[in-house]
Every structure is written in C-alpha cells, then in structure tokens.
Design a protein around this ligand. Structure first.
Ligand SMILES: [Ca+2]
Ligand SMILES: [Ca+2]
Ligand SMILES: [Ca+2]
Length: 195
C-alpha cells in the first residue's frame, strides 16, 4: 500500500468504518450514521444537516433496499460526489488542505492522481493506453500484475472504456477505483471476521 492511489483507497475504507461501527451492523451505515458522515465529511459540499436530504440520499443509494448503506453503496456515493467535485473543481480547490476532511482529501487525491497521468500526452483530461499503463504500473502494482503484457492493458482498457472512445476519462477512472476499493473492502472484512 504505497502509492497515492492505494492510500486513497485505504483511507476511503477507513472513513466508512469510522462511522459504520457506531451502531447496529458495524459493516453498514444506518440512516443516523449516514447523516453524521455527510455532516462531518462533506458538510461544505452538501446541505447534509437537512433530514429530508439525508432521506433522499439514502433512498437513491440504498440499492438493495435494506434501509442501510453498505460499503458498495458508499463507494458509489463517493464516486458520484468525486465526479461532481471534479466537474466544478474550482469550488473544491478554493479550500485549503487544512480545512478539508479526510473524505475530501481522499477525493482530491483521486483527482490529482488521475490528472498526473492523463496530462502526459494527447487530451489532458483522458488517459490513453500508454497513460493507463503507467498509472496501473505505478499506482496499482500490488493489485494488477503483468502490465508488461500488452493484451492485459488492452483488456483493462476495454473494461474501463464504457463510452468506447478509446480513452479512459475521469468518470470511468473513478468507477474503476470504486470497484477496486470494494474488492479491497471485502478482503478486509473477511480477514477481520477471521481474527
Ligand atoms: Ca443497503
Ligand atoms: Ca492524455
Ligand atoms: Ca472512454
């Protein structure tokens, strides 16, 4: 866990557990826990104090309709908020690092990781195949092996390139990170349950 991207994924899991363990199922966020998380972590971005707003967020994100938010659902929320923040990035960047919450810092670091690779060649808001390969090697070396194999990079590209324009844009990247973080979280849960 040494790259910026890996640290961001670990910190996403830590933020979730900081709130999910307060009441009831410790691997799920109840409505009250969701509210606290939104207030403490995203207070500046959203009007999270508003109960009806929290209820709306719960309703749209509680995909399996069990009245709680599990890590998968949380990862999708973070992906959506990060994509929105990236779209209006001036708003987020105005605040200094110091005043940012852990979750905001994580989202900013996801945005920074993406642009540090996407800006190398061609369109600076998209990863071409070479840029994607560099990102996979440097940021996710512990997860994805044999990036020397060009067919492997191509098949990852095919999976990520949802709109089939031959490049990976920020939305596609964030969904990928959300998926990877879900997989990491499952490992974490299983090893926590064993011990
Ligand atoms: Ca749920
Ligand atoms: Ca590029
Ligand atoms: Ca694409």
């Amino acid at each position: 866990m040494n790259s910026n991207l890996e640290r961001a994924m670990v910190s996403l899991i830590a933020v979730f557990h900081k709130y999910s363990g307060k009441e009831g199922d410790k691997y799920k966020l109840s409505k009250g826990e969701v509210k606290t998380l939104l207030q403490k972590e995203l207070g500046a971005c959203q009007q999270a104090g508003d109960d009806s707003k929290v209820a709306d967020i719960m309703k749209s994100l509680d995909l399996n309709k069990d009245g709680e938010m599990d890590f998968q659902e949380f990862a999708i929320l973070v992906a959506a908020v990060t994509i929105a923040c990236n779209a209006l990035s001036e708003g987020c960047n105005k605040r200094t690092e110091k005043t940012c919450t852990d979750l905001e810092k994580t989202m900013m670091s996801l945005i920074a990781v993406f642009y540090s690779y996407s800006g190398k060649e061609g369109d600076n808001t998209k990863l071409n195949k070479g840029e994607l390969k560099a990102l996979l090697e440097k940021e996710l070396g512990d997860f994805i092996e044999c990036t020397d194999d060009p067919t492997k990079v191509q098949s990852i590209m095919n999976d990520l390139d949802l709109n089939k324009n031959g490049e990976v844009d920020f939305e596609e990247f964030v969904l990928f990170v959300a998926m990877l973080t879900m997989v990491c979280h499952e490992f974490f849960k299983q090893s926590a349950q064993k011990s």
